[in-house]
Design a protein around this ligand. Structure first.
Ligand code: KIV
Ligand code: ZN
Length: 385
């Protein structure tokens, strides 16, 4: 098993989700839960972006001691200084500084030549290394950058003191094979690459963030960045709970170990959803309301006979107490009879048959039959002589 570090950016990239705005106490509450979840490093925010975020990062850095805390900075001295003031109380102050390396970003956004970008990156990493014990350097839009240029700038920032090299798929454009090959190229073409930890950071614009992260790990990456519930800019970031469970369930194909406590997934996901106000789509893998719910009679019957017929993950693995057998129009007799028993009714076979028929009639009118609906049906049938 090879060890993979988890870098959580729920409180930074995740908070960049449109409409999300966490105050410092909400951020601290999430930070404490991330610590319980077992992430190795958490990005608490972007200290130069606002007074509120500065205070939140400082509070987290001063309070959280079991997990390394970092903050984001642009390649600007004042950002790095603000990050230092916020993070200097952390046990191991760590900075995350970034600069774009793709032709489109360098030309239109930065308006700098490739040589100017190299100089700026090197100077900022050197400046940050004088204060911080760990400096992570990110090549923004790495996946749309020229590989030879990327190799050149990475070699230079490692020499300047970068301890982690992160190559984001900033706009979620890469395919898994392309993204993996980028890391392989760096391992083969950057002479000092082994002096730094390689990190991946994927966005989900094409729904490939988790697959791309796995491909990165298969090509030598030792740190995965992502968020809880996959929240983040636009379509979000790689979802950490999906990665963690995929590594666990498919350890035959993915021999990777993390420090995450999977039984904390549900609690962490619920807290992030509640405090950010971002509802989780019902069919979201692992943490969606339907991820452990079965509706069709065939599936319900199978699960009642042996859960593994239709469940590859036990609900308990992620901290849920049980699966859900949803009573709707596709449900069958087996789940219905179990539910009747669970509600404390003892009906003759004939009455049970009658109740099931009434339940089926109701499902044509209602999408979900609730316990109250069943209560009405069952009491009427029981009292009917
Ligand atoms: O997606 C991205 O490129 C980022 C950087 C700031 C690391 O979030
Ligand atoms: Zn990002």
């Amino acid at each position: 098993m090879s060890k993979i570090q988890i870098f959580d950016t729920t409180l930074r990239d995740g908070e960049q989700s449109p409409g999300v705005n966490l105050n410092k106490l909400e951020k601290l509450e999430i930070a404490k839960q991330l610590e319980r979840f077992g992430v190795d490093r958490m990005e608490a925010g972007f200290p130069a972006s606002s007074k509120g975020d500065f205070e939140a990062v400082k509070m987290i850095a001063d309070t959280i001691k079991g997990t390394s805390v970092t903050g984001l900075a642009r390649s600007v001295k004042s950002d790095i200084d603000a990050a230092w003031e916020a993070l200097k109380g952390a046990d191991e102050p760590c900075l995350h500084v970034f600069l774009a390396t793709s032709p489109i970003h360098m030309t239109y956004k930065l308006k700098k030549s490739p040589d100017e970008v190299i100089d700026l990156a090197v100077n900022m990493v050197r400046y940050a290394s004088e204060k911080f014990s760990q400096v992570q350097w990110s090549a923004e839009d790495a996946s749309r950058s020229d590989l030879a240029f990327l190799a050149q700038i990475i070699e230079r920032v490692i020499d300047a003191g970068a301890t982690v090299i992160n190559l984001p798929d900033t706009v979620g454009y890469a395919t898994p094979d392309e993204y993996g090959k980028m890391f392989k190229y760096m391992k083969e073409n950057v002479p000092n690459i082994d002096r730094a930890i390689l990190s991946c950071h994927c966005h989900n614009d094409l729904g490939l963030a988790v697959a791309n992260s796995i491909s990165a790990v298969e090509n030598g990456v030792k740190q995965i960045e992502g968020t809880i519930n996959g929240i983040g800019e636009r379509a979000g970031n790689a979802s950490l709970e999906e990665l963690a469970v995929a590594f666990q369930i498919r350890s035959d194909r993915y021999p990777y170990e993390t420090n995450l406590k999977l039984s904390e997934i549900k609690r962490t996901s619920d807290l992030v959803s509640k405090l950010t106000g971002m509802q989780i789509q019902a069919n979201k893998a692992i943490v969606g309301k339907n991820a452990f719910a079965h509706e069709s009679g065939i599936h319900q019957d199978g699960v009642l006979k042996h859960a593994e017929t239709y469940e590859i993950i036990t609900p308990e693995l992620i901290g849920l107490s049980s699966n859900v057998l949803f009573l709707g129009k596709h449900s069958g007799r087996h789940a219905f009879n179990d539910k009747v028993k669970e509600m404390g009714y003892e009906l003759t076979d004939e009455k049970l048959k009658e109740a099931f028929e009434q339940f089926k009639l109701l499902t044509d009118r209602k999408k979900e039959v609730t316990d109250d609906d069943l209560f009405t049906i069952l009491t009427e049938i029981q009292t009917d002589s």
